[in-house]
Ligand binder design. Structure first.
Ligand SMILES: Nc1nc2c(ncn2[C@@H]2O[C@H](COP(=O)(O)OP(=O)(O)O)[C@@H](O)[C@H]2O)c(=O)[nH]1
Ligand SMILES: [Mg+2]
Ligand SMILES: [Zn+2]
Length: 309
């Protein structure tokens, strides 16, 4: 029977071809021009999008996307094309941002975690801080900073893709959600995905650290089903994503403890850098705000002001 209407989720999108999962199976679809036009931008329909489609050939499992549903969340990155900067939506309706770092090799970098925490807050994603390579020495040195993240209310999961430590806890947090993994090259994102999704086609250790591109470049993101329900997004490019349209206000708001202490500053518009009677700097001196966080805060502020790239 042709002509039936289905409701589904885009798992894969490549140059005008969409693979949409529905309760009735996977359909290879094109999109009606009006849908593409309405959603402006280079990639109007992205993985994670919820769509309505009309079946054009049930036997061949082909369809036409008729409508795009409003996005709950979107994951964007900033891309430069010639002189212009554009927002590129990488995925829609993502729930979790799994911020992967490693105990060592490459070294643990809280600055990158803070950057992703801001990105998660801005994108309304639930951040999960995942510290991988727990089988290697060195976690004792991280206790203090990891406790700090826990005290701020962020979930911290300690894993080893090698020994399986923490994988069950991670699995629980990903169940029935759409999750994306981000983090520096070499921390073990692909390895974790391979443990979570047996049979997944990800390349381990094959990303060129200089260009950030895989050797066999497939830049398209894809939603991969987790055995227990939910999806992970396998994208080689995601770890590079920069903060789209980051404002100073975002930075001030999304460093939660700085926003909290900042309410006590003498000046309502205190920058927390030079003013007298600054409650944030007082909290920093008293050890209530971690110096690494304050450092990250300053760095992201500069970035939001456009002083650095
Ligand atoms: N010791 C140890 N090595 C790991 C672990 N996870 C990944 N690796 C190794 O770290 C390197 C980079 O892993 P990969 O998954 O490609 O990292 P990605 O760049 O974040 O995707 C590979 O050589 C992996 O075998 C782990 O938990 N423990
Ligand atoms: Mg990888
Ligand atoms: Zn202040």
């Amino acid at each position: 029977m042709n002509g039936g209407v289905r409701y589904g989720r885009v798992l894969k999108a490549i140059r005008g071809h969409y693979w949409v999962e529905t309760p009735e199976g996977l359909y290879h679809c094109y999109a009606r021009e009006s849908v593409v036009k309405k959603a402006k931008g280079a990639n109007p329909i992205v993985v994670g999008d919820e769509v309505t489609l009309e079946v054009t050939d049930e036997a061949k499992k082909e369809g036409m996307i008729l409508g795009l549903h409003p996005r709950r969340t979107k994951l964007s990155r900033r891309i430069a094309t010639g002189t212009k900067e554009l927002e590129q939506v990488v995925a829609a309706n993502v729930d979790n941002l799994v911020i992967v770092s490693s105990v060592t090799d490459p070294p643990f970098r809280p600055g990158l975690i803070d950057r992703y925490l801001v990105a998660a807050a801005k994108g309304a994603l639930q951040p999960i801080i995942c510290v991988n390579k727990m089988d290697l020495e060195g976690v004792a040195d991280l206790r203090d900073i990891l406790d700090m993240y826990r005290d701020l209310g962020y979930p911290v999961v300690l894993t080893s893709a090698k020994t399986g430590q923490g994988i069950e806890e991670l699995r629980e947090r990903l169940r029935d959600k759409i999750s994306v993994f981000a983090g520096h090259s070499g921390v073990g994102k692909s390895s974790l995905l391979r443990v979570l999704v047996p049979g997944i086609q990800v390349k381990v250790g094959e990303v060129n650290p200089r260009t950030g591109r895989g050797r066999h470049t497939t830049t398209a993101a894809e939603l991969v089903r987790l055995p227990d329900g939910g999806y992970v997004i396998d994208t080689p490019g995601i770890r590079q994503f920069s903060l789209w349209d980051l404002t100073e206000e975002d930075v001030r708001k999304f460093f939660v403890e700085i926003a909290r202490y900042g309410a006590g500053c003498r000046f309502a518009d205190c920058s927390h850098i030079v003013e007298p009677e600054c409650a944030v700097r007082a909290a920093l001196e008293d050890g209530h705000i971690h110096p690494r966080r304050y450092e990250s805060f300053l760095r992201l502020l500069e970035e939001a002001r456009g002083e650095i790239e």
